[in-house]
Design a protein around this ligand. Sequence first.
Ligand code: 5RP
Length: 263
Amino acid sequence: MGWGLRNRLSRIFRPSDGRTLMLAIDHGYFLGPIKGLEDPKKTITPLLPHVDAVMLTRGVLRNCFDPSMQQSVVLRVSGGNTIDGPVLGDEEIVTSIDDAIRLNASALAFSIYVGTEYEHQTLKSLAKLVDMGERYGIPVLAVTAVGRELEKRTTRYIALACRVAAELGAHFIKTYYTDDFEKVVNSTPVPLVIAGGPKMEREEDVLRLAYDAIRAGALGLDFGRNVFQSGNPLGMIRALNRIVHEGATPEEVADELNLKVKV
Ligand code: 5RP
């Protein structure tokens, strides 16, 4: 791994503990203006000091954030479909490596749709992106997407998708937490960060998911809706930061940050 690539990874995974708290706000690329992200600048700016990296598209980055921001950018470079289209998964690379470099991206994010008719297309694009990333020293984050089929998130499926992404050269992977997550960690030779998934009713369940995932070997979180759609986004991101970087328990962060939850 070259110097530039390692340097960019170190802006995402904090060198002091090797972990990362990312904030996913890329949803608009196929969902449009979802609740909490109608005005990304307003909702997200107060949360930035508590995260290591933000995952977003070039359009939101350019138009909603100040170039002096210190958090690293994980640039969503896949797209080309919407929730109103015939099917999710028909994605391609929609942002050039030149633009990613201009935006000083620390990583490129691309979704793969294992087990769908778009498996081949998205896996090939992932491999192509890795080749480009290696050429210019930019790491690639593979996202194991399931579209509307949330029930697909079994240990077997997640282990398959993560291993395939790593074999194709992804430098780190965003995936879902499952039971037996240690098995996924042990069979995937690159770091894993966890998606939050659809908004959960109970905030204590979000904290528990975060804690269990880190304890099982995930090296970070990349939650979106469970942060910016929370009743208390600032409290939630601070709580997640402490779970990731201080090893705090859900009980500790619920009390200290007054999240009004009983764990
Ligand atoms: C879809 C994605 C999302 O756009 C997003 O990053 C998911 O984050 P969350 O599930 O925590 O809201 O990656 O596959």
